[in-house]
Design a protein around this ligand. Structure first.
Ligand code: PLP
Length: 457
């Protein structure tokens, strides 16, 4: 009893501990170390009272463990991970990784004043999306464009601005839920529009749309069924037929094409992925898509189309709440800039580079990584596997890929957990009781780190 009270009395005060030179020189925010120290000291007190601790660590040790604890707490927020899942557009892992030039553009504008809404030539107020709009016009031949927070916001703004208080006609086969509870029927309802469903789950023809048109019809909406596929006896109305129908009845035709491929991605094995340019060419009045899916840019929603509709959106009060910020616009501009030359785009935009990797290249990368693991004292083998584009593009379609499968005493579950616990977490997947790291979604700069972590576990 006496000893316990002695120990309790010897526990240093937080203020005293904070004067320790290790803490003073740690370079960590003092308030964070102080929180960690308080936590640690109260645990120490409890341990002593419970009779579990019978000897007090010295003050240097206490300081070191407060620093360690503070560091661990501080890196629990958003931070980089290594994606070994093979899913290129992984929504939980932040979807598209930006190109180097986009990252530079973000850094330049983020820490500085910039020309967001300022025209340097005129010395007067400018328009925040002028430059992005110019690139989009060149790439897609659209009349006008606008950029908002994401594609979900894009659909909201479109419906609010051009279809409020009216009917919106949608095929029953396209009343989808996109993820995160974004359900097309609910959105239409929330935008103050009335949903008019036409056709059936598997078949909807242009005539079905035409039969539903009346004086209350404000828009025809076509939604790309991004994350699922109906196979077999199916039919949907082509956008060119819907556009002709819209023109005949003076009703805008809206297409939410989801992924937004700006260049043809067929050659990567992604078939049926609608091209933005084609949609405009085939007469869609308004087209929307995400910036961080196949486009490979920052999170945003891009709306293109006829000037009269885009102008309505620019004037709508909701645009003020949904518009993109300076960092997004800087990243998008830098990303769009390279699309003028598809070959440059493929080299510089990570999403396109990852899609373009051939089986041969992936195999040799997997072999090189295995070699590296061997150098670090570990063992792994190369395995053929499948990766997916993700982000709701081309459901059911898989790309041939290669993975490394570490070999060791640990089970697949244990390996998965141990690699996830690294300072830069490595995220893989388990397939047939084996732990796999798909090399398609790795950056070569990370190979040393991956090899080191894999051989350690
Ligand atoms: C992904 C997707 C959305 C949502 O886009 P976000 O940019 O994630 O908001 C909307 N519609 C379709 C068809 C999609 O594929």
């Amino acid at each position: 009893m006496q000893q316990m009270e002695n120990l309790l009395r010897q526990i240093p005060q937080v203020d005293k501990l904070m004067q320790n030179e290790h803490i003073v020189n740690s370079g960590i925010y003092r308030h964070e170390v102080a929180d960690a120290a308080r936590d640690m000291l109260s645990k120490l007190r409890e341990g002593i009272k419970a009779g579990e601790i019978t000897e007090l660590p010295d003050i240097a040790e206490l300081a070191q463990s407060a620093i360690q604890h503070a560091k661990e707490q501080a890196c629990k927020g958003i931070r980089p991970v290594i994606n070994g899942t093979g899913v290129i557009l992984h929504s939980n892992l932040g979807r598209a990784c930006l190109s180097k030039s986009a990252v530079e553009a973000v850094a330049n504008t983020a820490a500085s004043y910039c020309t967001l809404e300022y025209d340097v030539e005129k010395g007067a107020r400018g328009n925040r999306t002028d430059s992005v709009e110019k690139y989009l016009q060149e790439i897609t031949n659209c009349e006008a464009a606008i950029v908002v927070n994401n594609n979900a916001a894009a659909v909201l703004l479109i419906l609010f601005a051009i279809a409020s208080d009216g009917n919106v006609i949608v095929s029953r086969g396209e009343l989808v839920e996109i993820g995160g509870k974004f359900r097309v029927p609910d959105i239409i309802d929330r935008c103050g529009c009335y949903l008019l469903e036409v056709g059936t789950t598997n078949k909807t023809r242009t005539a079905d749309y035409e039969a539903a048109i009346d004086e209350k019809t404000k828009a025809i909406l076509k939604v790309h069924s991004s994350n699922f596929k109906i196979v077999g006896f199916t039919e949907s109305a082509p956008i060119e037929e819907l556009s002709a129908l819209g023109k005949k009845h003076k009703i805008p035709v809206i297409e939410d094409i989801g992924s937004g491929a700006l260049i043809n991605v067929n050659k990567y094995g992604l078939y049926d992925e609608p091209l933005v340019k084609e949609s405009i060419k085939k007469g869609a009045d308004v087209v929307s898509f995400s910036g961080d899916k196949l486009l490979g840019g920052p999170q945003c929603g891009i709306i293109l189309g006829r000037k009269e509709y885009i102008a309505k959106m620019k004037k709508h009060p909701l645009y003020r709440a949904l518009r993109a910020d300076k960092m997004t616009i800087a990243a998008l501009e830098a990303t769009l800039r390279v699309y003028a030359d598809p070959q440059v785009a493929e080299c510089e935009i990570p999403v396109l580079s990852m899609l373009s990797l051939t089986g041969e290249v992936l195999q040799s990368r997997a072999e090189a990584l295995c070699e590296k693991i061997k150098e670090y004292g570990g063992v792994a083998e190369v395995i053929r596997t499948k990766s997916v584009a993700g982000g709701g593009s081309v459901p059911g379609l898989e790309l041939d890929s290669y993975a490394i499968a570490p070999i060791g005493a640990k089970s697949a579950d244990e390996m998965e957990k141990a690699l996830r616990a690294q300072s830069k977490p490595i995220i893989g997947r388990i397939e047939n009781d084996r732990y796999l790291l798909d090399v398609r979604t790795f950056f070569e700069d990370d190979y040393e780190y991956i090899a080191d972590c894999v051989s350690k576990v």
